[in-house]
Design a protein around this ligand. Structure first.
Ligand SMILES: [Zn+2]
Length: 185
């Protein structure tokens, strides 16, 4: 951030009085521009024994497989965000079940919230997907998944499925986890 979104003057990056970390500060109008983590909401859509995955048509990780998920918008609930992203990326209507994985990514200021969901009907590739398909467990492209959050969610799912019990799992993606997907640059 270079300029204040309130008044248009230049901002500086410094620790405000009484605070403990640097923020973008506007000396002209006194605004402190706080930046906070973003929520990525999505679903794990299931149809019978199969799981729906989307092959990404956009960067980052174009061509790799993901669960439908994306940034939450203002004025919607996390469930609405998860269902909307599933409709946009997989053209799929779903019935949401419980929140299944809650994964912190503190090094990139994101929180993933993935809900279990039942696929209700047809699906297809949305604008951000090259391809959308259903996978049996042995067909999951583990080496071609887009993000560590997706791998963690799928691994929990296949560990839980024999018991039929799907409790909430919390986790963290470390920089090392991310490096395996994105390289170290
Ligand atoms: Zn200002």
């Amino acid at each position: 951030m270079n300029f204040c979104s309130q008044c248009g003057e230049k901002v500086r990056f410094a620790v405000p009085q009484g605070d403990d970390r640097p923020r973008h500060l506007c000396d002209a109008c006194g605004t402190v521009h706080y930046q906070n983590p973003r929520i990525v909401a999505g679903t794990l859509p299931v149809s019978g024994s199969k799981v729906l995955l989307c092959r990404r048509a956009i960067a980052p990780r174009k061509g790799y497989w993901t669960l439908p998920a994306g940034y939450m918008e203002n004025a919607e609930t996390t469930q609405q965000a998860a269902a909307r992203e599933t409709l946009e990326e997989a053209c799929a209507e779903v019935s949401l079940a419980n929140l299944y994985t809650l994964i912190d990514l503190p090094h990139i200021n994101q929180v993933y919230m993935i809900f279990r969901a039942e696929l209700l009907g047809d699906f297809g590739a949305g604008a951000e997907s090259e391809e959308v398909a259903l996978f049996e467990e042995h067909e999951i492209p583990w080496e071609a998944l887009a993000f560590p959050t997706i791998e963690q969610t799928l691994r929990h799912f296949y560990q839980d499925r024999p018991s039929g019990h799907f409790p909430l799992h919390t986790g963290t993606v470390t920089p090392e986890d991310r490096e395996r997907y994105f390289g170290s640059a």
